[in-house]
Design a protein around this ligand. Structure first.
Ligand SMILES: Nc1nc2c(ncn2[C@@H]2O[C@H](COP(=O)(O)OP(=O)(O)OP(=O)(O)O)[C@@H](O)[C@H]2O)c(=O)[nH]1
Length: 364
């Protein structure tokens, strides 16, 4: 059975069939509202029919509204016309649901207020991206409600009054219970959506951070990480040492065997560097081009040993066009110097290694 990882939500369940994918909160919720209104109108129609709490035309119109809501749900859910579904809901609500309930169900002393509040809330959700449309619809609903109150005041005979106070209380209580469930549910959908958006933002920012700190070719961390690491060690006065490594005669590798092969060599070397750094609890960093850093907390000896070990592993690496080598300078941070001075010392040593014939590691 197919499920989404987050909600363990079966794509074959009845809920999925009715409401769609839960991760698409907007549409999921809209389908839920359309079906709920259809169901509530149906229940309310049946209830009013049997208990005669409303005029016959109200009962009939509730059944018609219920059918139209199912149709709006159908085009939204199965024809991906979500906007049309929302607009159909607005039009039906304004032209039929509210006035029929108002005049046929006790006017201002009936449960229509709950419905108006629920609808205002729904519009905030359905038109959240179109600010102007949302504002217009909200204003229209509020003015509409005021107009209904005014009509009721001037033409009281137009409003159906409950036969007994008990009937009114029952209708109000049922309306209140449904409205409460609706608001609680809507708020929980909002909370869930907010949580999902927040998680998405967190994972995007983690990905961006990773992309900013990683070299795309080799997958090693880049000089930003090196700078951060050096700064933090200097701040906390924690000893550290590093090897500045430069692959020998890399230009010739590119010229003789092509740039792609050069890239392949850089990647193969990076794997070895990553491995060695890991076994010394250090960091392998691509400084740029064919220049790398092996950074290890602590004194110089482990870094020197790790670099020599890396040079030996590179000599026996299985590369298509034969073995390659590097030259490296290993230095330990002297607690008075800054990052630039430290890297300059390592660079000078690395050049000294080049001058002495390459394929070697020098330390101070
Ligand atoms: N394939 C490939 N080549 C690169 C990349 N970055 C830099 N290079 C090449 O690396 C070469 C570096 O050459 P040089 O700085 O002259 O040094 P070298 O040939 O390694 O010689 P020595 O350092 O003196 O041993 C240049 O040809 C660059 O184009 C890369 O990402 N991929």
């Amino acid at each position: 059975m197919q499920t989404t990882s987050k909600h363990n939500y079966s794509k074959h369940s009845v809920l999925f069939w009715c409401l769609g994918d839960k991760s698409d909160h907007h549409e999921y919720f809209n389908h839920a509202i359309l079906l709920t209104i259809a169901l509530l109108n149906l229940i309310s129609g049946v209830f009013n029919y049997f208990y005669q709490h409303a005029e016959m035309y109200v009962v009939l119109s509730k059944f018609i509204i219920s059918t139209l809501m199912v149709f709006a749900w159908y085009i939204s859910r199965w024809h991906e016309k979500y906007r049309s579904g929302s607009l159909a809901l607005v039009i039906l609500t304004m032209s039929a649901v509210i006035p029929i309930n108002w005049f046929g169900n006790g006017g201002s002393s009936g449960p229509t207020y709950f419905m108006i509040l629920a609808i205002l809330f729904y519009f905030s959700f359905a038109f959240r991206e179109t600010k102007w449309l949302r504002a217009i619809v909200h204003a229209v609903v509020i003015l509409y409600a005021i107009t209904l109150i005014w009509i009721e005041h001037t033409q009281p005979h137009l409003v159906y009054h409950y036969p007994t106070e008990v009937a009114r209380s029952v209708d109000l209580t049922i309306g209140f219970i449904f409205a409460s469930f609706y608001f609680v549910w809507m708020l929980s959908v909002y909370a869930e959506r907010f949580k999902a958006e927040r998680n998405k933002a967190h994972s995007f920012s983690a990905r961006l951070k990773d992309m900013a700190e990683r070299d795309p070719l080799t997958g090693l961390q880049n000089r930003l990480v090196l700078e951060k690491e050096i700064r933090s060690h200097i701040q906390s006065e924690e000893p550290f040492s590093l090897a500045l490594i430069d692959i020998d005669r890399f230009k010739a590798i590119n010229d003789n065997f092509g740039h792609n092969y050069g890239d392949h060599v850089l990647c193969a070397f990076s794997e070895l560097l990553k491995d060695t750094a890991k076994s010394y609890a250090g960091l392998g960093i691509r400084q740029g081009g064919e220049e790398f850093i092996l950074f290890i907390s602590g004194t110089i000896d482990p870094t020197f040993n790790a670099t020599v070990e890396l040079l030996n592993r590179l000599a026996s690496a299985n590369l298509e066009h034969g073995p390659i080598s590097f030259s490296a300078g290993v230095v330990e941070w002297d607690d008075r110097e800054d990052q630039i001075t430290l890297l300059k010392r390592a660079d000078d040593l690395m050049y000294a290694a080049k001058e002495q014939g390459r394929n070697r590691v020098l330390k101070e």
